[in-house]
Design a binder for this molecule. Structure first.
Ligand SMILES: CC(C)(COP(=O)(O)OP(=O)(O)OC[C@H]1O[C@@H](n2cnc3c(N)ncnc32)[C@H](O)[C@@H]1OP(=O)(O)O)[C@@H](O)C(=O)NCCC(=O)NCCS
Length: 245
């Protein structure tokens, strides 16, 4: 009876996971469920975790770890079998995602490739993040330690987050800082974590100004006209973006 109940719960959760992938992945438009199950690594990893976690909770030894290991080998996504994950987790692309043992993920969460929900060192006990409902975590973001990510938050790609994140906020940068809360720009001193200084560009600009000044002085000494050509500004290459994926 308990087994039937567990299987029923698993089937319901699996349906929610497939629906989440279908809703949040534009490339799933018109793709059948069987094809998604066969070729969406994020979906495969989440479904494998559902089974591994159910076996872990039931006290079955070894099998949960073996399933997590096999899922990692197949998908490149490592989810510890003890991690607690709510309904409708969608992992887009997936490769390189790591979810640690004491991580907790709420409902309706989206993770992109390369996300880490990890610890900061060799702590024991609760040492991984708690991610509340409807959070989106961009590719390559690292969330470290037993921090709380408030519901509806968005974590920018490649951010490193080591402190709690308020609900409905957008956090970017290394270390991550809120740049929007409830859709409003964060105001106040020390609040701009997006437009960071670029010391190399500043140094280049200063050197260019000094060269121009020297050229002007040399030209005035020798009685020749100073070169009118200015130093070329760096511009994006026109045409197709060579970094396009
Ligand atoms: C953070 C993110 C979710 C956008 O959230 P949002 O609440 O809509 O925020 P906005 O787009 O209005 O951006 C807010 C500010 O943060 C900046 N910003 C956005 N993402 C950033 C990032 N990853 N790193 C640094 N700054 C970033 C924006 O330029 C903007 O700056 P502004 O104040 O000068 O306008 C999105 O930019 C992101 O990183 N998504 C991840 C997507 C991803 O990983 N895709 C992989 C697909 S393969």
């Amino acid at each position: 009876m308990a087994l039937l109940r567990t299987l029923g719960r698993l089937a319901q959760t699996a349906r929610a996971d497939v629906a989440a992938a279908r809703e949040r992945d534009p490339s799933a438009l018109g793709v059948g469920t069987a094809q998604m199950l066969a070729s969406w690594p994020g979906l495969q990893a989440v479904l494998a975790h559902r089974v591994a976690h159910a076996l872990h909770v039931s006290g079955v030894p070894l099998a949960p770890r073996a399933i997590a290991y096999a899922a990692r080998a197949l998908t490149g996504i490592e989810i510890h079998h003890a991690a607690q994950i709510g309904e409708g987790l969608f992992i887009d692309h997936g490769s390189g995602v790591v979810v640690g043992e004491t991580a907790t993920i709420g409902d309706g969460v989206t993770l992109y490739q390369g996300v880490t929900l990890g610890g900061t060192g060799f702590e024991t006990g609760k040492r991984h993040p708690t991610v509340q409902d409807n959070v989106t975590i961009g590719s390559g973001a690292k969330l470290l330690g037993p921090i709380e990510i408030g519901h509806g938050a968005k974590i920018g790609a490649n951010s490193v987050v080591v402190r709690d994140v308020p609900p409905n906020s957008t956090v970017v940068g290394v270390p991550g800082h809120p740049v929007r809360i409830d859709g409003r720009r964060v105001e106040g001193p020390d609040a701009d974590w997006i437009h960071l200084p670029d010391p190399v560009a500043d140094a280049m600009r200063a050197l260019a100004a000094r060269v121009a000044e020297l050229e002007r002085q040399v030209a005035s000494l020798g009685g020749v006209a100073a070169p009118t050509e200015n130093v070329h500004h760096l511009r994006p290459v026109s045409g197709r973006n060579p970094a396009g994926g």
